[in-house]
Design a protein around this ligand. Sequence first.
Ligand code: UTP
Length: 273
Amino acid sequence: MINKCLFPAAGYGTRFLPATKAMPKEMLPIVNKPLIQYGVEEAMEAGCTGMAIVTGRGKRAIEDHFDISYELEHQINGTHKEQQLEGIRALMQNCSFSYTRQHEMKGLGHAIYTAQTLIGNEPFCVLLADDLCINRGGRGVLAQMVELYAKYQCCIVAIEEVALEEVHKYGVILGQEMAKGVYQVQNMVEKPKLEEAPSNLAVIGRYILTPDIFEVLKHTPPGKNNEIQITDALLQQAQDKLVLAYKFEGKRYDCGSVEGFIQATNDFYQLQR
Ligand code: UTP
C-alpha cells in the first residue's frame, strides 16, 4: 500500500547534549539497538521497504549502521556473536536505504521537503525515530495508520492525549471525532501556549503524507521558531481537503528527552529479560 518511509534525522538533538555533539541522537541505543533501527523495523512491519533518510552534518554513523562492516563480519564469523547481527542483516536484505542531506536546519517541514527527490510522487510514511512506539502484542503504530490510509487515502497524523502543561512541546489539533479514535482535523497549532491550545491532543512523530504536501511545503513560510513547520502545511491541507488525526494503540516514549529515554530503556530491558 505504502512503499516508502521517510526519517527526518537532521536535527541537532540539543536536549541530549553533550551525547549528541558528534553522534546523531537517532543512534542512541535503547538497550542494545539504536533508535533508528527500531524505527526501520516499525516501517517494515507496516509494509515499507524503501527507507529514505534525511541527514545532516555529523550523521554519517546512520549510513554506516545500515551497511556491511567487513572487518566486523570477518571477526565474528562462525561465533555465537553472529546472532546479534541477525536483525540488522535481515533489515539490510529486505530494505533499500537512500539518503539526502538537509544543509541548513530550517525545521521539520523543510526536512520533509528536502526529501522530495527520494520520495517522488507517491504517498509515504514519516517516522521521527526519537519518538519510540510500541504496541505490545498488537500491530505497530505505522501499520495501524497504513490500514486507516487504505480506507481514506489522505494525510494522517498520529496523536495522543498529553497533560495540558505539556502542550507547548507539540503540534496540537482540534478535531471532530468521525469514528472511534479518528478525528477530522479542523485546526492545528504548533507548540501553543496553554491558553492558546485548541485541545490536549498532541501530534507525535508518525505521519502518512500524500505527495501533494510537497507543493504545500514549497509555499509554507517559516512559522514557530522561524522554522518551516509541517503543522502549518498540514493545516493548509486540512482547509482544502480531509486530514485525519489518529489516536493510536500503544505507548510512545519521547526518547529525545532524557526522561523518556530512561523510561524506554528500563521498560525495554524488563521486556527482554
Ligand atoms: P526536534 O524538535 O526533536 O529537534 O525535531 P531536534 O533538533 O532533533 O532536537 P532538540 O529539540 O534540539 O533536542 C523533530 C524531528 O525533526 C527532525 C529531527 O531530527 C527530529 O527527528 N528535524 C528537525 C530535521 O530533520 N531537520 C530540522 O531542521 C529540524
